[in-house]
Write a protein that binds this ligand. Sequence first.
Ligand code: 5GP
Length: 188
Amino acid sequence: MKLLEEMILNQGVILEGNVLKVDNFLNHQIDPGLMEKIGNEFYEYFKDKSVTKVLTVESSGIAPALMTAAKLQVPLVFIKKSKPSTMNDPLFCEVYSYTKQTTVTLCMERRFLNQEDRILFIDDFLANGQAFMGVEKMIKETKAQIVGVGMVIDKAFQKGHAYIVDQGYDLLSLAKISSFEDGVIEFD
Ligand code: 5GP
């Protein structure tokens, strides 16, 4: 997605540990116009997949996932990173957080997914795929099916991209980064 690539090049900052900071428009301040265009791109690609629910992980996945769910006219469920006391029958999963460098517990109410559901998983970033693998485990428990994976920014030189493709999932990455060599962002 050309506009997204330009915004990454113009406003993105590469931090230590191959972390790309894009808090001008995605991870802190959010650009609604960009989110709408992102929703449209995912909608156009996945619209024939009979998606019944969009799933993401809080918090930065919510904006692009909500715009996509609105276009698809299906609910959005966001997985939480801590268990609220109000949750009745939670599904849990421990994952290693790339940016926090610690283990976090992903958690969602079981009743929001069932075996009839066709899930589109959307997230802000794909790095080593830890978040995706955790979500995949939780979805498997409910017997729902993942019919598509949409990543806003995919650092395809890390492990997550190969994992998702190798598992045979239909993956659309809107900005696919092939390297950060010498501080220069290269797109695939
Ligand atoms: P993974 O689980 O694929 O290793 O990492 C994905 C998650 O870590 C994303 O949901 C995102 O929150 C965070 N993340 C991974 N890489 C980056 C990055 O380069 N920049 C930012 N801002 N977040 C990242």
